[in-house]
Design a protein around this ligand. Structure first.
Ligand SMILES: [Zn+2]
Length: 287
């Protein structure tokens, strides 16, 4: 016992010998800091971003599968891809899907995987509203909001190279670990300012693509009218700023700035017919 203590003491002294204890600690912290800074400054390659986003999307799809209606999914994909063409990242492999859940929500993972729930779709009155919500999600991807949030928190424990290597070995334990850390961001939500920025950018993308710019504000208005205690909106309210606050900030930002964009294309009939043919069976029964 005594001898063990002595050995341990000698080893400790030997380790500390060249530096005073404080300098040694500082040195360790600087190494950690260097890793963190290197990782934050180094942009993730687009290939890695897509791998990561696809992994997270697969996790999220495990929680709620797609609505089993190929034509409905094709419709939302066509609309989403048309919107994405009006952004700075038109070439990403964009995917859009309607999730089979009553929960009212929408989200997007890095690399261009965008989801809206059928609970949210059922709240919409026209295609401009759907375009507005998809464009909000597209903005998160274009601006890499989720990715930046992950780099500031969830990914700090992974060194830059580990991250990149693991993302290239899909199915490995490291890959799953990184994807799980990334998926957590979707339970906590993004930065509030990123949400407001995605609202403003979403309106611009929808308008550029030919939609009534007031589609997104229209949906926010609907969401603001839902009782926040309703289970269906619990996750959305937890992960997003209050829709009334979003609406107010967005309308202020939009004031007088949208005259340059044209009129809405003639899409009212198309949206109505999709809702009738593909969503009618999901409409809540009249009580
Ligand atoms: Zn958002």
């Amino acid at each position: 016992m005594r001898a063990n203590k002595l050995v341990a003491g000698t080893l400790l002294l030997a380790a500390l010998a060249p530096w005073p204890a404080q300098a040694f600690d500082l040195n360790l912290d600087l190494n950690k800091l260097r890793d963190v800074v290197t990782q934050q400054l180094k942009p993730m390659s687009e290939k890695d971003e897509i791998q990561l986003g696809r992994g997270i999307a697969a996790n999220l799809l495990g929680a709620a599968p797609l609505v089993p209606d190929a034509q409905l999914q094709a419709y939302v994909n066509r609309l989403g891809k048309w919107l994405a063409m009006h952004t700075d990242r038109p070439a990403l492999p964009w995917h859009f899907g309607v999730l089979d859940t009553e929960s009212v929500n929408a989200f997007a993972t890095p690399g261009g995987y965008v989801f809206i729930t059928r609970g949210l779709l059922l709240q919409m009155r026209d295609e401009a509203e759907l375009a507005g919500v998809l464009a909000h999600e597209i903005s998160h991807v274009v601006e890499k909001h989720a990715l930046e949030t992950m780099k500031k928190g969830a990914f700090l424990e992974f060194a830059g190279d580990t991250l990149s290597q693991a993302l290239r070995s899909e199915g490995s334990a490291e890959f799953s670990k990184i994807v799980s850390a990334g998926t957590e961001v979707f339970a906590r939500g993004l930065d509030k300012q990123d949400e407001f920025a995605a609202d403003r950018m979403g309106v611009v993308i929808a308008a550029r693509a030919g939609y009534d710019a007031y589609g997104l504000p229209g949906t926010l208005q609907t969401l603001a009218a839902i009782n926040p205690k309703d289970d269906a909106v619990a996750l959305m309210f937890k992960t997003h700023p209050d829709p009334a606050e979003r609406l107010e900030l967005l309308l202020t930002a939009m004031e007088g700035k949208l005259e340059q964009y044209g009129d809405q294309p003639k899409v009212a009939d198309r949206f109505a017919s999709v809702m009738k043919s593909h969503m009618a069976r999901y409409q809540p029964k009249k009580k």
